[in-house]
Design a protein around this ligand. Structure first.
Ligand SMILES: [Zn+2]
Length: 204
């Protein structure tokens, strides 16, 4: 059956299949859709994909995705620069930011501790977080670090680990409330749930 599909189409289907949440059927439907759509649609798609890596970088302060470092959030003088909210992924930051209630800064770890997958502290932006907590780099001293890692086993382990490192520094450490269903990702939680989780944070 695969032979009935020309090689370039097969390649695209394969590439789509490697994306999260896309199975072989959806991949084929997407490829066929692009084949049948006007030229400029595939042009703009391929252009956007190419630009994705060229034009974005990680903020050297909070490690969020940005087009310039420091990012607009770190650079915003109207935000509270003495509070840092720690998240696992840029998508979590985006979800929290959408609620519009949090006014502090962020720190993106780019993952969570997972010994099974061989992910240890050195694989995450943990040393960078500790550096920020110790030496605020010209800004005010960090007074609170909110641990907003996901309520998964890995997320909880990461929060405990960070709390153990931060407390000896005299930094107030809090954990977002358990309004989030266990195992659910912050990224997919609705605004109200996230707002409540943030407001109901507790000493940790
Ligand atoms: Zn930043």
């Amino acid at each position: 059956m695969a032979n009935s599909i020309p090689k370039p189409v097969q390649d695209l289907i394969q590439a789509f299949t490697r994306l999260p949440g896309i199975g072989p059927k959806t991949a084929q439907r997407l490829a066929m859709h692009l084949l049948q759509s006007p030229e400029n649609m595939s042009d703009s798609l391929s252009g956007a994909i190419k630009n994705l890596k060229i034009s974005t970088m990680l903020c050297r302060k909070c490690w969020h995705l940005t087009m310039q470092s420091p990012c607009a959030i770190c650079d915003d003088q109207y935000r509270e620069h003495n509070v840092i909210c720690v998240v696992e992924h840029p998508a979590d930051l985006i979800a929290l930011e959408k609620t519009g209630t949090y006014k502090g800064l962020y720190h993106v770890l780019h993952g969570s501790l997972s010994p099974i997958d061989g992910i240890g502290p050195d694989d995450l932006k943990i040393a960078e977080l500790m550096a920020r907590a110790k030496e605020p780099n010209g800004g005010p001293a960090i007074e609170e670090v909110i641990l907003a890692t996901n309520p998964t086993m890995e997320g909880e382990a990461t929060a405990s680990y960070l709390s153990g490192l931060l407390k000896p520094l005299g930094v107030r450490t809090t954990r977002i409330a358990r309004g989030l269903p266990s195992g659910a990702d912050i990224e997919y939680a609705d605004d109200l749930t996230l707002m409540r989780a943030m407001e109901g944070r507790h000493e940790f």
